[in-house]
Design a protein around this ligand. Structure first.
Ligand code: FES
Length: 513
């Protein structure tokens, strides 16, 4: 029997690995003043900084980690207005006009990316591609037909097909023509360079923990420094600043997985996603002159479901069943946030606080949603308004069906709050092998224990510092993930992703005296 290619032992994003010259910046060491303070160095934050710098606005951008190491560094980087099967749903929920606005906004985002590539001469493997949703399930054929009718109402250039260029089993497919893809980090590192030349100050390893609201709001950092601004833009994926807006209860986090694989066969072009579950997304990029296929999918709520390494294995099995896999040099995962009505939250973060903005809830379509967020927030800062502000307003409220979703998100949280506290692993610390983790009792208390490859043990209190749910071990990424609102912690306890702001406390593994 021919042995199947293995997945890599450690996750690594192809995007980050293939950009050798990632920009690096120092930590903020003092209190400063600026016009616009941006928190978050992903596509939304960096594009906002770039657009504002072109308008001669003085900008400071802070990132808790390194720039481009969050969801933007781990995306599949499709630049498309085809955000799954969504337009019929948007027409039903919001009406034709708003659905059309969403399509126009995402198309404008695509054009803005193209404009930046042209004006800065960026070499970022940008290619025009058609985008396909396909299905091999009878249940989804009529949904694709209904979605096609929605496309027609919105005058989207599209076709309903019974065959697509990619050789996968299917019964129907819907193509949206003239979409695109690129290498997001090659694109964004150029935007960072240009923004820096225009005077934007970037700081890394600088965690924003609060905003002191005022006519001139101040971003407060973990080290106690303040960035006093005229406007604050919170583009930190999960908003670190909530102020009774309850973003954690109005969005849910999902993880998804990507394999970067080399195949024996030719790729016919195009970007593909299936309609049914489990999700399978396929596109390619270039690795040393060869095609690298990006096979994505396996979404699930953060901290819930099976061992995360099994999700990578499921993608590997799919790739092996469908194609001739030669090698799998990369695997990585990403976390995305979806709002209760599926529209991102972009605009004024909280009622009554006019100069603090938020951009979040991009529902896996961060390249276009992050770019339009940057345009909207730039227009708000420079002109005081944006034509899209009502559509994306974070303070909007739709009674139905969002209320049901709101209730179900929070009922799910309540379930995990209780369930997690009662669950323990079956292994003690002595039984752990290197690279493995367990949840056990240490001195009578629940503790998460990880043993690294040198057999060094790290024990943490597993109670999430956000709202006290119990974190679960993520074997694929070697992190502790919270099933309630998606906070993630390193095996040393540091916060990798909010809403939690404080690390998990370290537990002493020595017995009580
Ligand atoms: Fe809210 Fe953990 S993220 S309780």
């Amino acid at each position: 029997m021919v042995e199947q290619p293995k997945i890599p032992e450690y996750p690594e994003s192809y995007w980050r690995d293939s950009v050798k010259q990632l920009p690096h910046f120092s930590q903020l060491q003092e209190s400063i003043r600026t016009e616009v303070g941006i928190v978050g160095g992903g596509i939304a934050g960096i594009t906002t900084a770039y657009l504002l710098s072109k308008q001669n606005v003085k900008v400071t951008l802070l990132d808790a980690d390194e720039l481009l190491n969050g969801t933007t560094g781990h995306t599949t980087a499709k630049i498309t207005a085809q955000h799954g099967i969504i337009y019929d749903e948007f027409i039903q929920h919001f009406g034709l006009e708003k659905a059309l606005q969403y399509y126009q906004a995402t198309t404008e985002a695509k054009e803005l990316i193209e404009k930046h590539i042209d004006e800065l001469g960026i070499n970022c493997d940008y290619t025009k591609e058609d985008a396909y949703i396909y299905t091999n399930s009878d249940d989804y054929i009529s949904q694709l037909e209904t979605e096609k009718k929605a496309y027609d109402q919105l005058e989207i250039d599209s076709d309903l097909l019974d065959d697509i260029p990619l050789d996968v089993p299917l019964k129907s497919a819907l193509v949206m023509k003239n979409q695109a893809q690129f290498h997001p980090l090659k694109y964004l590192t150029e935007l960072v360079e240009e923004a820096k030349n225009n005077g934007v100050q970037f700081f890394e390893n600088t965690t924003a923990i609060d905003v002191e609201y005022n006519k001139n709001p101040s971003i407060i950092t973990k080290e106690g420094n303040r960035v006093t601004c005229e406007h604050v833009v919170v583009a930190s994926h999960f908003p670190f600043y909530d102020r009774q807006s309850f973003y954690f209860a109005r969005m849910y986090p999902e993880r998804s997985y990507v394999l970067g694989a080399k195949m024996k066969q030719e790729f016919p072009g195009g970007m593909y996603i299936n309609a049914e579950s489990p999700t399978r997304s396929i596109r390619t990029t270039t690795l040393n002159g060869e095609r690298l296929w990006l096979i994505g999918g396996e979404n699930h709520k953060t901290g819930q479901g099976k061992s995360t390494i099994e999700h990578y294995n499921a993608l590997k099995d799919f790739a092996n069943n469908m194609f001739e896999v030669e090698e799998i040099p990369y695997r990585w995962s990403a976390q995305d946030l979806t709002t209760i009505d599926k529209l991102p939250y972009i605009g004024q973060a909280t009622e009554g606080e006019e100069n603090v903005f938020v951009a979040t809830g991009f529902r896996k379509w961060g390249m276009t949603n992050g770019t339009i967020a940057a345009k909207i927030l730039t227009d708000k800062v420079v002109h005081g308004k944006s034509k899209y502000e009502d559509l994306y307003s974070p303070t909007r409220f739709q009674a139905d069906p969002t209320l049901r979703k709101f209730t179900s998100i929070n009922a799910d949280v309540a379930k995990h709050m209780i369930k997690g506290k009662l669950e323990f692993g079956h292994r003690g610390i002595e039984e752990l092998s290197a690279g493995d983790a367990t949840v056990t009792r240490i001195n009578g208390k629940r503790a998460g224990v990880y043993k690294d490859k040198d057999n060094k043990v790290y024990a943490l209190d597993t109670t999430c510092t956000h709202m006290k749910c119990e974190v679960e071990w993520n074997s694929g990424d070697r992190t502790w993930d919270c099933p309630c609102h998606g906070s993630r912690f390193s095996y040393k306890g540091d916060v990798l992703e909010g809403p939690a702001k404080k690390p998990l406390p370290i537990v002493d593994v020595r017995p009580n005296k």
